[in-house]
Design a protein around this ligand. Sequence first.
Ligand SMILES: [Zn+2]
Length: 298
Amino acid sequence: MILRDPITLVDSGPLTREAWEVLGAGLKGFGLAISDVKRVLLTHGHHDHYGLAEKVADASGAMLFGGRLDRKNFRQERSRKLLLHDMSRSGFGLVSRLAVVAAVAGVDHFAKPLENWDELSGGETLEGDDWSVVVRSTPGHTPGSLTFEIPEAGVLFTGDTVLKEITPNAVVDEDPEEPGHPFRSVTRYFETLDALDLSAGNATLLTGHGAPVLDWVAHRKTLDRRYGLRIGQIERELAKGPATVRDLVAAIFPRVKTLNVFLAYSEILGFLMYLVDAERVEKLVERTRDRYRLLPAA
Ligand SMILES: [Zn+2]
C-alpha cells in the first residue's frame, strides 16, 4: 500500500472474503477505506495477486494497471488444449493430464477476471503527488511480470519475481509473443535476475509473500546456488540417458500429486528449455513424445 496521493495498492490478494476483510481492516488502521483506493498496480496475473482487484475497482473506481504480456492470465484464458498437448508430449498419461487440468481450473474461483485495465509494458513512469512509480518489465515468473520501483523511497515491489524464503517457480504459460509455444520461463527469469543486479542495488525489495529482501547481492548468491542445485539434479538424471519431462518429474519429485504435478512439470520443463537455450541439452523430437539428451560438456 502506498499511502500518498493517489492512494495506491500494489496487488490486491485473492478473491476471498478474508482477503477483502484484511484489506479493509488494514486501510482502516490508517483512517482510510477501500473506497479511497485510486490505483491498483498488479505485479502479475496470478490469482493470489490480482484476484480481488476487480472487486476493489468496483467499490472504489480505482484504475487497474497490469502487464501487457499477462493479458491472458488476467482474463483467465489459459489454453487447456496446449497444456494437454504439451503434457502428452512430455510423457504424461491421459489420467494425470486430466487431473492436472482439473486442478489448475480448480483455483479459478480465487480470481475475478479483469474487465478494464491499463496495460503496462515496462519503461513507463506513473506520476504521483511528489512521488513516482517506475515500471520495469521483469519476465520469468510469468511472461508479463512487472516490478514497481519508487525511487523517492528506495523501494522496489517485486511481486513473486523475488521472494525471501521461497525460490520463485514459474508455471507453464503459453508464450504470448510466440503463440502455441511454452514460455521459456527460466531463461527469461535468469535474464531478469541479471537486470535486477543493475537496478536492485541498494533498494529494499518488498516481496509478494513474506519478508523483504534487504541485501540483493547476498540474496542473488543464494538464488544462484539453489538454481545451480536444481540444474545439477537434472543433468545427473540426464547423464543416465535421454528422458522425458515425466521421467525427470518422477525421479526428482517422486511423491507429487495433481496441482503439485503441474508445478513440478512446469519447473522441470522451464529448466530443460533453459538448458536447450544454453546448448547443454538437446531436445529429441520423437513421434509421440519429446525426450531430452545431455550434450557432452564442451
Ligand atoms: Zn505468482
